[in-house]
Design a protein around this ligand. Structure first.
Ligand code: NAD
Length: 303
């Protein structure tokens, strides 16, 4: 069974690392926050380089392009420690155009690279039912299959290096748009005097139904914001990746820009590091304190 390095032990990395450990892999964990690996019951590594040196397969789950660049190409990075035969898989949501560089630099050291966007959030990571959107050389997927089987239930090979990230970025634009649009619509409906539970039931039986209305808002209107999922800051980052991709391709993305502004408002009004489902409260605040939970069912504190 290949040993694993898990670089980045946040909401997603901790869960995927835990599942791989439970499946019998030795998992060497590394995070800029000291002590995370030990806390999670993973093998603590002295840093990214040490975790890489100890592993057959290196996984990254990091919050930004800058963090990925540090972990990959920094002084204690994956590339410097990589050796022939190793496979490195970036499970972060990141700029598609950077993937070719990681592939090239890892191949120069005899190692290999895949970019793999993941969808399904912390629930999917806990259950091992993530959807994986993979870019890179097709023959590498077989080598990664053992890991993919533990963390996911569907694997799509989307094309060459960067195609996995591009697929994820396009998908997450729609994820953010569904969330922001449904949040705004519910705030309008509640302020118009409608019952939020019934409004949602009607939407979900009608043409307005979408992933957020079907899977997120039935819990949000009961006061469960589904903590642990993507924060507003990370959603904004994903929308920036989408807008960057659209801009590079000369595609006008006016709706994407409006969606980004909605999450900018959430970040600027105190919800930056809260789960992105709280965008509905950010919109509600601007609307004069509207909450989409029926009166009396509101959570006292959703932090
Ligand atoms: P997170 O912020 O919870 O975790 C990121 C972790 O990386 C943190 O523990 C941080 O300390 C660590 N880190 C930062 N820089 C580092 C470095 N240079 N070396 C080692 N560790 C470093 O983020 P998350 O929610 O786990 O998301 C991780 C990635 O997965 C992001 O790109 C996100 O967009 C993507 N993603 C998240 C979700 C979700 O629902 N949370 C779903 C799909 C994809």
């Amino acid at each position: 069974m290949p040993s694993i390095a898990m670089i980045g032990l946040g909401n997603m990395g901790s869960r995927m690392g835990g599942r791989l450990r439970d499946a019998g892999h030795v998992v060497h964990g590394s995070d800029v926050v000291d002590g995370r690996a030990a806390q999670l019951g993973l093998e603590p590594a002295a840093g990214t380089g040490a975790a890489t040196a100890a592993a057959d397969i290196v996984l990254l789950s990091l919050p930004s392009d800058a963090a990925i660049a540090t972990a990959m190409a920094g002084p204690d990075g994956v590339i410097g420690a990589a050796r022939p035969g190793q496979l490195v898989i970036d499970l972060s949501t990141a700029t598609p155009g950077n993937a070719a560089r990681w592939e090239r630099e890892l191949e120069a050291r005899g190692a290999a690279f895949l970019d793999a966007g993941i969808s399904g959030g912390p629930g999917g990571a806990d259950a091992g039912t993530l959807t994986l959107m993979v870019g890179g050389r097709a023959e590498l997927i077989e080598r990664a299959q053992g890991v993919f089987d533990v963390i996911g239930s569907r694997v799509f090979h989307c094309g060459a290096a960067g195609a996995g990230h591009a697929t994820k970025v396009v998908n997450n634009y729609l994820n953010g748009m569904n969330l922001a649009a449904t949040a705004e619509a519910l705030v309008v409906g509640v302020k118009a005097g409608l019952d939020p539970r019934q409004l949602l039931e009607v939407i979900n039986a009608s043409t307005g139904a979408n992933w957020a209305s079907e899977h997120r808002f039935p819990r949000i209107v009961e006061g469960d914001y589904i903590e642990g999922g993507l924060t507003n800051a990370l959603m904004a980052k994903d929308l920036d990746l989408y807008l960057g991709l659209a801009d590079a391709l000369d595609v006008p993305a006016a709706l994407g820009a409006a969606c980004r502004t909605t999450f900018t408002v959430a970040m600027a009004t105190g919800y930056r590091d809260r789960v992105s489902n709280t965008v509905v409260d950010a919109i509600g605040d601007l609307a004069g304190g509207v909450r989409v939970q029926p009166d009396g069912d509101r959570p006292k504190d959703t932090t």
